[in-house]
Design a protein around this ligand. Structure first.
Ligand code: NG1
Ligand code: ZN
Length: 532
């Protein structure tokens, strides 16, 4: 077969360093950029196979999100814009780890196992972030696709969620929108403007101002590109736009969330809203500093609470009987879960860490709001829910209050990128909700008070010895670890703690929360000692 000769020839231009072992984890492959060329070529091959198998367009995004500039990574996107099917993750690992001379055998093995018709055509969309290594690495992906005779479209610099969106648009024949960056801005911004037309009467022009920390990455570039579509309804001051600083360095959503402090490079007055994107713009967190100089973080949990409250109110106004749920992970602040269950009375589901787990759980409901505490999340609407909303909005017999609610729901659906968490889309939705509710960031923050919390990383010789259950909230091995954690937790009020091996770094993560910051820090420290 001609293709296999091409693969052999081309792959020798993207050789694998002998004995290097990599794994397709929670966020695809991630490593120092120097170690990734062969993986990129091979992910081009795999994307072409996945496209042949699904008879649909597949996406490949070159990014390492919030990792430092010298790293890079790659993730595959399935036909509806979701993460790669789990069974294919192991093929990804198998191809990445095949020694140079074994690559064809590994490739043929996937073809055979999946009974892939090699005469089927392949279409692959490729995108990349702003890292200096991304250009040559995305070229390696394109080479891989071409080696199997596949067609590709290179979107160049895009955010991760933009590429997810393009894939879904393409595979739904435009029903989801137009598969261009311009089409993305048009869809989201039109919906945003429609929402903003319903802003509360007490909403002043000052409310339109928002400071955005672009993490010196792709998000900054794209916010800038989008601005003209916002028709001055949102006035953005963009910081860390990549013109001076280094990607993710002392800035960005991950830095702000983990350090619990504002990013460097942002100038923001006390009381004013700011938000930070991460390096590929699929995460967002909000914050402000009060007049006493205290920093207040509004993370993914606060975002999920704001959005689900808004949606629940609209459902009540529209008298729509749709089941709404919020999906969280073990990292969700205990106060948020308590507030959602007891005050808001919404169903809360806890899943394992990693967006694919949350996404799947959210698909079980009419409306599934999912957010990781770190700010990665979105809202999913079932097809039936979208239809009910549309019917109500378009039915001439609907009374005015219900119609208004149905139209707001319809525009909410359109402003949301349902394929994956999207900082730009989430930002537009949050800004619209605050304006419609006439709510300040302080009022949003006051919905509930976070329990003090602490995350620590512990280096161990083999993090895989820790095995967990109950959505990672309890350790089943090594023996005795959970009992040790339980007895430490008992010492403190309102305390909770758990440990789990990270899927993206070679560390064990420790999480603790308790009534006061001192006891939280003490608990986190004591648990990390129990991990050794
Ligand atoms: P790991 O390294 O498995 O904890 C981290 C985040 C996840 C997710 C992935 C992918 C935390 C505690 N963990 O996973 O939520 O976002 O990275 O980027 O924030
Ligand atoms: Zn990211």
């Amino acid at each position: 077969m001609a293709h296999f000769q091409d693969v052999s020839k081309q792959s020798s231009l993207h050789p694998k360093p002998a004995e290097l072992v990599s794994q397709y984890g929670t966020a695809g492959f991630r490593a120092n950029a120097k170690l990734l060329d062969h993986i990129m070529f091979r992910m081009g091959l795999l994307a072409a196979l996945r496209s042949k198998k699904t008879k649909a367009t597949i996406g490949v995004m070159v990014t390492a999100s919030h990792n430092p500039e010298e790293d890079n990574g790659v993730k595959l996107i399935d036909p509806m814009g979701e993460m790669l099917l789990q069974t294919w993750e192991s093929y990804a690992t198998q191809l990445a780890n095949a020694e140079q001379e074994d690559l064809l055998t590994a490739l043929k093995d996937v073809i055979e196992k999946e009974a892939i018709n090699m005469s089927q055509e392949a279409n692959v969309f490729v995108g990349k972030d702003t890292r200096s290594s991304s250009s040559s690495l995305s070229q390696a992906v394109l080479d891989g696709v071409a080696a199997l005779g596949g067609h590709s479209k290179d979107y160049g610099l895009v955010t991760t969620p933009q590429l997810h969106y393009m894939v879904r648009c393409q595979n739904t024949q435009g029903k989801y929108g137009e598969a261009t960056v311009e089409g993305y801005y048009k869809k989201l911004c039109q919906a945003f403007i429609q929402l903003i037309n319903n802003k509360a009467s007490n909403c002043t022009d000052d409310q339109k101002h928002l400071s955005v920390d672009g993490a010196n990455g792709i998000g900054a570039l794209k916010v800038h590109e989008m601005e003209s579509h916002l028709k001055k309804e949102l006035l953005i001051s963009l910081f860390n736009d990549g013109s001076k600083g280094k990607l993710n360095h002392q800035c960005g959503a991950d830095f702000v969330k983990v350090q619990q402090k504002p990013p460097t490079g942002i100038e923001i007055n006390p009381g004013e809203r700011g938000c930070s994107f991460d390096g590929d713009a699929d995460r967002i967190v909000y914050y402000y500093t009060d007049s006493d100089g205290r920093f207040h973080l509004l993370d993914g949990d606060k975002i999920a609470t704001l959005i689900s409250t808004f949606l629940k109110e609209l459902l009540t106004q529209a008298s729509l009987d749709l089941k709404i749920a919020v999906v969280q992970t073990a990292y969700a602040n205990g106060s948020s879960t308590h507030y959602l269950e007891n005050t808001m009375k919404v169903t809360v589901v806890c899943t394992k860490t990693g967006v694919k787990h949350l996404h799947h759980a959210a698909q079980e409901f009419d409306i599934g709001v999912y957010f990781e505490a770190n700010g990665h999340g979105t809202v999913l609407f079932s097809e039936a829910a979208e239809e009910k909303i549309q019917q109500l909005a378009e039915n001439p017999g609907t009374d005015d209050e219900k119609k208004r609610a149905a139209l707001l729901l319809q525009n909410t659906v359109n402003v949301i990128n349902q394929t994956v968490g999207d900082a730009i889309s989430d930002m537009l939705l949050i800004e619209a909700i605050l304006a419609i509710k006439g709510m300040t960031i302080q009022q949003w923050d006051a919905m509930y008070t976070d329990l003090p919390n602490r995350q620590l990383k512990v280096k161990v010789s083999d993090r895989r010895v820790i095995d967990t259950t109950d959505a990672e909230r309890r350790a089943v091995s090594p023996a005795g670890l959970q009992e040790a954690i339980d007895s430490l937790v008992k010492k403190y009020k309102q305390a909770r703690s758990f440990v789990r091996p990270s899927g993206t770094e070679d560390v064990v993560r420790v999480y603790a929360e308790a009534e006061a910051q001192e006891s939280t820090d003490a608990l986190a420290h004591e648990v990390s000692l129990a991990v050794y």
